[in-house]
Design a protein around this ligand. Structure first.
Ligand code: NAP
Length: 217
């Protein structure tokens, strides 16, 4: 399975404009062209994932709306906190796969929602990737947020990084960082493509080949 993280980052490396703010605020800083491109990327993936924190903060739809194509399967890893019952992904009639650790306190019985248990207090992402592969998922788009990205990088599961560099400063030091405390060896990654869409630079980073990493180290 190819795993790609997609993030919108402010110039000061934040995922939103402030604590508790929705990352949807960042949409105001770019036009429909980038929105269309982003939905094309969604349509090109089998599954899309955000963490429970993003569902609580942003109440996203995680569907393809601004481009032709099918919406990917929504996969949401939960921890020890319940999701609001009114969350859009639980009520819009589209399929959602909830991944709950065995100690998760709540059950979800919406007709379009399937629940799988994986891990004890947080989802075991390596095991989850095997489960998704067995279900035929070959491409996964991970949109965040901060703690989920941290876990993916910690587990060394990421193949490609896509970052939309939004030309705005958050200015709030407590706004969520790109990686919540994660260490990432930058020498392992290099820019693959860098282009502007509707005034926003979109960069794709891939792992360096091993001989290039050796030179950089
Ligand atoms: N700019 C962007 O591209 C972008 C994209 C998405 C989100 N965001 C922003 O990111 C912020 C949310 O980030 P966040 O860090 O609070 O939440 P998050 O990363 O979306 O979700 C983290 C939560 O997922 C659950 N989880 C289960 N297994 C996990 C595992 N193995 N590793 C990590 N998490 C696991 C836990 O839920 P419990 O809390 O229940 O334990 C954990 O707290 C919001 O401000 C949102 O707007 C920005």
């Amino acid at each position: 399975m190819i795993i790609t993280t997609f993030s919108e980052l402010t110039i000061d490396g934040k995922l939103s404009l402030g604590t508790g703010r929705s990352s949807k605020d960042l949409f105001a800083f770019y036009g429909p062209e980038l929105g269309r491109w982003f939905h094309q990327q969604r349509a090109a993936h089998d599954a899309i994932m955000v963490g429970a924190g993003t569902v609580r903060a942003d109440n996203p739809q995680l569907t393809v709306r601004n481009a032709p194509g099918k919406s990917p399967l929504r996969v949401i890893p939960l921890g020890m906190t319940s999701l609001p019952r009114e969350s859009t992904i639980l009520n819009d009639g589209l399929r959602t796969l909830l991944i709950v650790p065995s100690h998760h306190p709540q059950t979800y019985d919406n007709p379009e929602t399937e629940t799988i248990t994986c891990g004890t207090t947080a989802v075991d992402l390596r095991e989850l990737m095997q489960i998704l592969s067995r279900r035929g998922i070959e491409s996964l788009m991970v949109e965040g947020g901060s703690r989920l990205l941290h876990s993916f990088f910690r587990e060394n599961l990421v193949d490609r990084i896509v970052i939309k560099h939004i030309p705005v400063l958050s200015g709030d030091p407590s706004a969520p960082n790109y990686l919540q405390g994660a260490k990432m060896a930058l020498s392992e990654w290099q820019v693959d493509t860098w282009h502007c869409i509707g005034g926003v630079c979109v960069a794709t980073y891939v792992r360096k080949r091993s001989e290039e990493t050796a030179v950089a180290a």
